[in-house]
Design a protein around this ligand. Structure first.
Ligand code: UDP
Ligand code: MG
Length: 317
């Protein structure tokens, strides 16, 4: 039987310090898997340069000129890691492969686990999700926020395994299904869990970055989390409706009580504190709910404009 062609996708943003080492190590992984007859020798690496301002793309061009098994794509500007991943998945589908795995340029995800992903694929899985064994390398804030995010997503109905990362292998079949989704701000972690494909899991260790600094900050991570929520759950909107209903009911009862006191008890209330508290609480709740609705309106707004997901500058096939 023909061995499957594996494509390794690396999204990169200003990774000149890591990329060369990472590519070298990943080629070793590929060679090893070819030598034990698990994958085809046509397997390749696909780098997506997410508009880097440093020498990242020069490295890609140089290695490509020596070795055609390194292919890649460069964006005109920075579109963010999720877009780079999407472009990678679409790019390798165009070029052709049987399965594709995405891994970070800093090789924080253990490249030696790739063999386990391939094994799962050979056993018939269409999606193989990498699950981190721990978050030792993450800061305290990141641990807490990540945990809350996964918990919240599960409460909201989008079942994403905790500690799931974008270290993930997908089959050609999964790529074909992905191509049917025209959503511009597709939340990949949600998509691959929702699509109903045969999924298995591989645990891996997280290592420190090879070099350089993390390209994510609290703002970009919050953006990713909000996009995940608003594209995969409408529970927050229902929450607003239910909350609105109970607030209205409460208001109605308090109003009745006020009228009752006025008419029958004739004691003009001195409820200044009550008034202020109600005003502030309800004002806050209303703004919060407006914010939630605003997030969804924003999501609609972005999708409806139907802008391209990303713009390519060059592609090396
Ligand atoms: N990345 C990207 N575009 C961005 C930010 C990051 O393509 O706008 C890439 C980055 O080069 C790396 C991967 O996404 O390969 C993960 O980023 P990083 O290691 O900085 O994130 P962390 O591991 O700290 O979550
Ligand atoms: Mg990293």
């Amino acid at each position: 039987m023909e061995k499957p062609v594996l494509a390794i996708i690396i999204p990169c943003y200003n990774e000149e310090l890591c990329l060369e080492t990472s590519i070298k190590k990943l080629f070793e992984v590929i060679q090893n898997l070819v030598s034990i007859n698990k994958i085809s020798d046509k397997s390749y690496i696909y780098v997506v340069d997410d508009g880097s301002k440093d020498k990242t793309w020069d490295i890609v061009e140089r290695i490509h000129s020596e070795n055609e098994h390194l292919k890649g794509l460069k964006f005109v500007r920075n579109f963010g890691n999720q877009k780079a991943l999407l472009a990678g998945l679409e790019g390798v589908r165009d070029i052709g492969c049987d399965c594709a795995i995405s891994i970070d340029a800093d090789l924080q995800q253990d490249e030696n686990a790739i063999e386990k992903f391939v094994d799962e694929y050979l056993n018939g899985a269409d999606v193989v999700c990498g699950i981190r064994n721990n978050r030792k390398t993450d800061s305290f804030i990141k641990k807490i926020t990540a945990l809350s995010f996964y918990k919240l997503m599960n409460i909201l109905g989008a079942k994403i395994p905790y500690n799931h990362s974008d270290f993930r292998l997908v089959s050609k079949r999964a790529l074909d299904i992905l191509a049917l989704y025209s959503e511009k701000y597709l939340f990949l972690r949600g998509f691959f869990n929702e699509a109903g494909l045969r999924t298995s899991y591989v645990n891996f260790d997280v290592k420190p970055r090879i070099a350089g600094e993390s390209k994510f900050n609290l703002v970009s991570l919050t953006g990713l989390a909000l996009n995940g929520i608003t594209s995969y759950s409408i529970v927050p909107l229902r929450f607003v409706t239910v909350l609105g209903f109970f607030m209205a009911l409460f208001g109605f009862i308090v109003g009745l009580e006020a009228v009752w006191e006025k008419i029958f008890l004739h004691n003009s209330p001195n409820g200044w504190a009550t008034l202020i508290v109600c005003l502030c609480v309800f004002g806050g709740v209303q703004l919060f709910c407006l914010g939630i609705i605003g997030e969804y309106v924003g999501q609609l707004f972005r999708e409806v404009k139907n802008r391209p997901r990303y713009i390519k500058e060059v592609e090396l096939k």
